[in-house]
Design a protein around this ligand. Structure first.
Ligand SMILES: Cc1cc2nc3c(=O)[nH]c(=O)nc-3n(C[C@H](O)[C@H](O)[C@H](O)COP(=O)(O)O)c2cc1C
Length: 185
């Protein structure tokens, strides 16, 4: 069965550069794998444990969890907001991390990159990488996923004026595929 990569971006901005990073990864992905571009992170309600009763779980949450479950690997691009992850991305992770002990966000290969402001997302990558690791995933940390002031160089459609950004996405994609194949064995 083909490797399945789920592409996620942690910004609701229409011209999001992090959306562009995921689109670029999708464009670069080899034809023999499945790459699903998820752009509905904003449709997930705020996490509420009362909705864990299956008769009340929103359809958007069920769809999100099924997508994560079916993926071998996640390619995540997200901005840093106030030295941490964006609320929409953390919310999506919280939904995918429950019910405790049977959740879908475990055993995945994960690449985390960040088009942010001056820090290039250093704090966000460290915090979110730690969270995803604690949930039981393998987070790729090399080459560095920090892209300072990325919005000036990455368009939402995936085009970029900077060959170093294309090279970073290509390297991360290859590492993600290789890690996903190892985890499948
Ligand atoms: C509320 C807010 C807080 C931010 N905090 C940081 C920060 O702590 N570090 C940083 O490098 N950039 C910070 N930024 C800048 C964003 O990371 C940057 O604009 C990023 O490109 C937005 O991603 P997008 O293009 O995908 O929407 C912040 C932006 C906003 C709106």
């Amino acid at each position: 069965m083909s490797i399945h990569i789920l592409g996620i971006f942690g910004s609701l901005r229409q011209e999001s550069s992090n959306q562009g990073l995921v689109k670029l990864a999708q464009q670069m992905a080899p034809a023999d794998l499945i790459f699903t571009f998820y752009d509905k992170i904003g449709s997930l309600p705020f996490y509420n444990e009362d909705l864990e009763d299956s008769s009340r779980t929103p359809a958007s949450v069920v769809e999100w969890r099924n997508l994560v479950k079916s993926a071998d690997a996640l390619f995540i691009a997200a901005p840093e907001y106030n030295f941490g992850p964006s609320a929409v991305l953390k919310n999506a992770i919280d939904w995918a991390s429950r019910p405790m002990g049977q959740h879908v966000l475990s055993g995945k290969a994960i690449s985390l990159v960040s088009s942010s402001g001056g820090t290039g997302g250093a704090h966000m990558i460290e915090q979110l990488g730690g969270i995803l690791g604690l949930l039981g995933n393998t987070v790729i940390s090399e080459p560095s996923g920090q892209i300072p002031k990325g919005a000036a160089r990455i368009s939402a459609d995936g085009s970029t004026s900077d060959p170093a950004i294309s090279a970073l996405v290509s390297d991360r994609l290859q590492a993600l595929i290789a890690t996903a194949k190892i985890l499948r064995k």
